[in-house]
Design a protein around this ligand. Structure first.
Ligand code: SF4
Ligand code: SF4
Length: 374
C-alpha cells in the first residue's frame, strides 16, 4: 500500500475504504455482515488505514457495522471519517454523540459536514444553529481531530465555504470525466491553491468508469493487458499532487483485491497512457452523451409540454453513472410531464439543430425509470 503524509506525522493510505456500498443481502437488503467483514479484514491486512462512512449510509447501519467490524483492531491503527447531515437531525450534538456510540469510539479522526452545496453552506454555517461552534468545541476537546466537508456544489459555494473556516481537508467528487464535465478541475485548483488536502470520492463514478464499453475497454486492455479498466481511473488521480486519499466504495472481494493491486506501487499514469485515457473518455462521451445545448427550439411544439432539455440532462447523467440516484429528478416532475408521457409524435425532432432522436431517448429514460422502481 502506498501512503501520503497528511499532517502531524500522520500517513494516510492513498486508497480509502468507502462504506456506502457495502455488500447487502439479496443485493438490496440489510448489510451482509459476513461478506462486509471479510472486505474490512482484507483492507486492514493490506494496509488501508482510512475508513469513511456517514450518519445516513445504509440508513445508519454503515456506522454501526463499521464500529463492530473494526473493534478487534487497535484504535490507533486506523483513521475513522464520518459525516453530519443536517437534514437527518438539526441537533448536531445528539447526532455526534450517537455516532461515537455507533462507531464504538470516543473520538473521530476526520469529521465532515455532509454534502455541502447540495445543502446550502449558509445553513451549516449559520450561527443560530450553532453547528460549527459545537464542532469546533469538539475539536478543542480532541473528540474531532480534523474538520472538513464533503462538497457537491458549484465554485461560488465552494469559495463561500472555504472563506468561512480554516478547514483541514475537503472531499470532492473527482475523476477524469468530471474533470471537465462537472468542472471538477476548478474545484480541485481552488483547493490546491489554498493547500487544503483533497479526499476524493467517486473516483470511478459509482462504477461507471470500471467498465466503459466493449470497444473502449478493449482499447485500454490492448495498451495494458494486465491492468483493469478501473485501475486507469485510479492512476489518473495519482497524477494529482494534492489528492491525499482516494475513496472507493468496495462491495466485493474482487474489487478490493484489484484496487489494492493498483495501490501497491506509486505509479501514476504516464503522459502517453494519459493521452490514451483522455481519448477513451472522449469516445465514451460521444457514445453515451446526448449533445443537447438547451436551446429549447424543440419545446414549443411538444403536445405534452415536456421539459425536453431537462429530461435529456437527466438522461445524460444516468447514462454516465447508471445510478438510480441520477433519476431522482424525475420523481419531482409533475404528472404528465415525465419521459413516459412522450407520444412519439416527432414534432421536436423537426426543430433540433443537434439532430437528437428525442423520442428514442425518452423511451430509454422511461425504461430506466421503470427498472429503478422495480
Ligand atoms: S416526440 Fe415526444 S418529446 Fe417530442 S414533441 Fe412529441 S411528445 Fe414531445
Ligand atoms: S432542440 Fe435539441 S439541442 Fe435544443 S433543447 Fe431541444 S433537444 Fe436540446
Amino acid at each position: 500500500m502506498i501512503y501520503k503524509p497528511f499532517k502531524d506525522g500522520i500517513k494516510l493510505s492513498r486508497l480509502g475504504m468507502g462504506n456506502m456500498r457495502l455488500p447487502t443481502q439479496d443485493g438490496m437488503g440489510p448489510i451482509d455482515r459476513e461478506k462486509a467483514q471479510e472486505i474490512i479484514d482484507y483492507a486492514i491486512a493490506k494496509g488501508i488505514n482510512y475508513f469513511d462512512t456517514a450518519y445516513v449510509y445504509h440508513n445508519g447501519e454503515s456506522e454501526k457495522f463499521l464500529g463492530e467490524a473494526l473493534k478487534k483492531y487497535p484504535r490507533d491503527s486506523y483513521y475513522l471519517a464520518t459525516k453530519y447531515f443536517l437534514l437527518s437531525n438539526p441537533d448536531v450534538k445528539a447526532v455526534f454523540e450517537e455516532q461515537l456510540s455507533r462507531l464504538q469510539t470516543d473520538y473521530i479522526d476526520f469529521y465532515l459536514l455532509h454534502a455541502v452545496g447540495m445543502n446550502p453552506p449558509e445553513r451549516y454555517l449559520d450561527k443560530q444553529y450553532g453547528t460549527m461552534d459545537y464542532l469546533l468545541e469538539r475539536k478543542k476537546t480532541g473528540q474531532i481531530r480534523y474538520l472538513g466537508f464533503s462538497f457537491h456544489g458549484n465554485p461560488d459555494q465552494l469559495e463561500q465555504s472555504l472563506n468561512a473556516f480554516d478547514w483541514d481537508f475537503v472531499q470532492i467528487q473527482l475523476n477524469y470525466l468530471d474533470w471537465t464535465l462537472q468542472d471538477a478541475k476548478r474545484l480541485y485548483d481552488m483547493l490546491a491553491e489554498r493547500k487544503i488536502p483533497v479526499i476524493v470520492m467517486e473516483p470511478v463514478r459509482g462504477g461507471r468508469l470500471a467498465s466503459l464499453s466493449p470497444e473502449i475497454d478493449a482499447m485500454l486492455k490492448a495498451a495494458e493487458p494486465n491492468r483493469s479498466v478501473a485501475s486507469w481511473a485510479f492512476r489518473w488521480l495519482m497524477r494529482l499532487d494534492n489528492v491525499h486519499v482516494i475513496l472507493s466504495g468496495m462491495s466485493t472481494m474482487e474489487q478490493i483485491i484489484d484496487n489494492v493491486n493498483t495501490f501497491e506501487n506509486d505509479e501514476p499514469l504516464s503522459d502517453d497512457l494519459n493521452d490514451v485515457l483522455m481519448n477513451a473518455g472522449k469516445m465514451l462521451l460521444k457514445q453515451l452523451h446526448v449533445p443537447c445545448t438547451s436551446c429549447r427550439y424543440c419545446c414549443e411544439e411538444c403536445p405534452q409540454g415536456l421539459d425536453i432539455p431537462g429530461l435529456l440532462g437527466i438522461y445524460n447523467e444516468y447514462a454516465l453513472t447508471l445510478s438510480p440516484m441520477s433519476l431522482m429528478g424525475l420523481g419531482r416532475m409533475d404528472a404528465g410531464k415525465k419521459p413516459e408521457d412522450c407520444v412519439e409524435c416527432g414534432n421536436c425532432m423537426k426543430h433540433c439543430p443537434q439532430a437528437i432522436s428525442i423520442p428514442e431517448v425518452m423511451k430509454k429514460l422511461a425504461e430506466a425509470a421503470a427498472k429503478s422502481r422495480r
